[in-house]
Ligand binder design. Sequence first.
Ligand SMILES: C[S@@+](CC[C@H](N)C(=O)[O-])C[C@H]1O[C@@H](n2cnc3c(N)ncnc32)[C@H](O)[C@@H]1O
Length: 411
Amino acid sequence: MGEALNTGALEWKSQQQMTSLQLDPAYHSAIPHQTPPPDLEGHPITQGVTVPVLPTIYHGTAVASQPPPPAGNARSVSTTTTRDGPVVNGYSSDTSIPGSPTGTFSTFSMTSTLESRVFREDGGRRFQAQNDEYSLPNDEQELQRLEYQHRAIKAGQKGINYLGPMPGNLGEGMRALDVGCGTGIWAIEMAQEFPHVEWVATDLTPIQRDSDLPDNLHFVQNDITQGLPFPDASFDLVHARLLVMGIRNWKFIIEEVLRVLKPGGMLYHVECDFPWGLIGVPEDEWRDRAPGHCKFQDYLKMAVETRGYEPELSKVLPRLMRNSGQVRDVSQIKTYLPLWGWSHEPHMHQSGVIMRPDAEDIPNSVQIVIMDTCEIPAIRYEQLKRGYLDELGKPDATTAVPFSHTFGWKI
Ligand SMILES: C[S@@+](CC[C@H](N)C(=O)[O-])C[C@H]1O[C@@H](n2cnc3c(N)ncnc32)[C@H](O)[C@@H]1O
């Protein structure tokens, strides 16, 4: 990977030169030109970007700490120190959990003017302000939750970052894209595991980690609902995980993913369905075993539907792939993410143990979207939340998030 790879439009640089990724000027001429905000001009981490404001390309470096939340904020990020080390909002930075997150995140360095264009504040949490589709926060507390979620998913997959036959599309000199990468942790680990592959990871907001980044990974700020900023047939693999609370028009997403895939390229989507039930228990017994969990799920599913998201992507995604007429061998692997350590299977048990603090924080992440869409007052939400929390750890309440890995290959 010493020489620059010239794709014609999208140019990958050698490792030493990989501080900027050149985008296709022809593609950009199709995007309405925006005047860059003065804050962005000359900003150190946007070097090499000579095209309109969106997307912003950066490399995860030169970032600054997130500013402290406003004083008196009801759900601000709180850091306390215990015998076992610092705890941020319930998440330990103890590295004794194999591969546990470091507990440190940084965000894109930006002026307050620019930050106010990228983010907005609601109910004491920070949200993205790039589009009106993505409903979850993306502050430090949420980034911690996403890291724990990643570790829990990986533990349940026996320490592997995929379940389908992905390595066939990760050969020498191939290119891979992770859409909606969040903290970037999945892409970072995959770029380390497959160092001969050129990796690109996109997200609505520049919230990715800023340390120990592999040279074969670029982060690009992009809203996929507006199209991907890459030429046709650029990638051998496109992966996306847990975009369910951010996408309404999945037909467009599949079309766009197929556009940037080369023939023979793999599309690989990992999503969850709603409601989240109990494993090994007939559905008509869920409410008896875990009434608080089920009540909370009623509201979560209502919020998902009211916001126009797809509650059953395990059905929608294979259908869209098949109906496109452009995907062969559409396949699906179903699994689940335990919300706490109820499983006797060692990997799923470990997954649940890692997941539990995350599961305890989920009601905080979805609070605004549930209260807004279901129009319930805070006091009612607290009752709902309490009912759900009380059943985490309750014997027989084998609560879990149903996951599906749906994949196929572009014809
Ligand atoms: C629940 S997080 C999952 C992050 C990551 N894929 C993972 O599994 O850890 C969803 C991510 O998708 C991003 N996202 C949502 N809508 C998006 C869009 N239209 N374009 C790009 N990223 C988007 C959000 O900013 C967020 O980081």
